[in-house]
Ligand binder design. Structure first.
Ligand code: FEO
Length: 166
């Protein structure tokens, strides 16, 4: 069984992952409004991954014999000045989530909760990928910023996610 402290921390993380889901879904809506369907699709898949992250914590809490407590969600930001600003925000958000995962590992270690520590290692590795994939898009957006038409080529590339992409 999880300690009360870890149970609360895991429930808080369900909320954080669902907020990530909501943020990326909102970015997907915004990209659609900008006629950038490739970016919109990429963000929709990212949102689905966040839902899967939330459900990993959801299932883990139940497997440990504890109680899931769902919490209120915040309305996500809905507009960004540019695709670059949106992806810089996504990268910053992933850094925030990495910090949260690190804090969970710290708490599990302090409690000698080896099962939670083992469970959390998947997220430690996942966050390396999450930051890298957001940063890769930030870098590409910076590269195409001076090239008219580059954004549309990148949009086509982004559409490849889910079709053998990451
Ligand atoms: Fe669930 Fe993007 O971290």
């Amino acid at each position: 069984m999880l300690s009360k402290k870890m149970e609360k921390a895991f429930n808080d993380q369900i909320n954080a992952e669902l907020q990530s889901y909501y943020l990326y879904l909102s970015m997907s809506v915004w990209f659609t409004s900008q006629n950038l369907e490739g970016f919109a699709g990429w963000m929709k898949i990212q949102a689905q991954e966040e839902m899967a992250h939330a459900m990993k914590f959801f299932d883990q809490i139940h497997e440990r014999g504890n109680a899931v407590k769902l919490q209120a969600m915040d309305t996500p930001k809905a507009t960004w000045k540019s695709p670059l600003e949106a992806f810089e925000a996504a990268y910053k958000h992933e850094q925030y989530i990495t910090g949260r995962i690190n804090n969970l590992v710290k708490a599990a270690t302090q409690e000698n909760d080896y099962a939670s520590n083992s469970f959390l290692q998947w997220f430690v590795d996942e966050q390396v990928e999450e930051e890298a994939s957001a940063m890769a898009v930030v870098d590409k957006l910076k590269m195409v910023s001076d090239h008219p038409g580059g954004l549309y080529m990148l949009d086509r590339e982004m559409a490849g996610r889910g079709a053998g992409g990451e």
